[in-house]
Design a binder for this molecule. Structure first.
Ligand code: SAM
Length: 239
């Protein structure tokens, strides 16, 4: 079965958007994955097709109505095997580990919030898993959904060419990636580190590991704390 993302949004015209170009776009065009963007407003029932209302208890902004959103979710006909996600700054932060899981499954339903968010009763009643893409607030869930789908799609079989691989990059081993270099050999007086052009694969691997560890320890102490065998190999002092 083909991996599919079903997106519920008030702005279906935002899809595929940037996912229609490059790696993801070529894969979409060649049928390696599918994208369905469904308009939440199509499930509105009143004369004005309204989808939001003022927050109970007062306060600024509007809230996506539970009845409209629940009807939109039900109309999407999502099987019990597919994860049902709600993009939300209150959600659990998205990790590469969760992305791998989502890419290995049949593909999620993704609800994009707008306004001040969605009525809690639809989150609870439809069992939505809240997912955040970071500790900042976007104006809607669409850009967050695009980010999540992009991260999944590049891991699908056949999407990444040989030139790229999901197994040796940031977070795959709980570490940030080592620095990369390419031609020219000399750029503004700075050469490529000699080891990388030595042809000694073992030395290259050791250098990369040490750089990865140094970067992770310096920039992401939270990740570094989770590495089981912290024997920093020859940590370079650069950072
Ligand atoms: N009032 C909400 C709060 O304080 O948590 C923020 C609502 S935000 C303006 C509107 C919608 O954008 C949210 O319902 C969610 O779908 C999406 N969104 C905003 N920031 C996000 C983030 N960091 N990760 C995932 N989705 C986000």
């Amino acid at each position: 079965r083909i991996w599919r993302a079903t997106v519920l949004t008030l702005f279906p015209e935002m899809f595929p958007g940037p996912l229609g170009v490059s790696l993801a776009g070529r894969a979409l065009a060649s049928g390696l994955w599918e994208l369905e963007a469904r308009d939440i407003r199509a499930s509105a029932t009143d004369r004005h097709r309204s989808v939001d209302d003022t927050p109970a208890g007062g306060g600024p902004g509007m809230v996506l109505r539970a009845d409209v959103l629940a009807a939109a979710i039900d109309a999407a006909g999502i099987g019990p095997d597919r994860p049902k996600l709600l993009m939300s700054p209150r959600g659990r932060p998205l990790t590469q580990a969760r992305v791998v899981e989502l890419a290995e499954g049949p593909g999620p339903l993704i609800v994009c919030g707008r306004f001040e968010g969605v009525d809690q009763r639809v989150i609870d009643g439809r069992g939505l898993e809240e997912v955040s893409i970071g500790d900042y607030v976007l104006s809607g869930g669409e850009i967050a959904a695009l980010a999540l789908i992009d991260a999944c799609v590049r891991l699908l079989p056949g999407v990444m060419g040989k030139e790229a691989s999901g197994t040796e990059e940031s977070f795959s081993e709980g570490l940030l990636e080592y620095p990369q270099y390419t031609r020219p050999q000399l750029f503004e007086g700075v050469p490529i580190p000699e080891i990388l052009t030595s042809g000694d694969h073992a030395k290259v691997a050791a250098w990369r590991r040490a750089e990865s560890e140094a970067l992770t320890a310096a920039r992401r102490p939270d990740l570094w704390a989770r590495i089981p065998s912290k024997v920093p190999s020859d940590v370079p002092k650069r950072r």
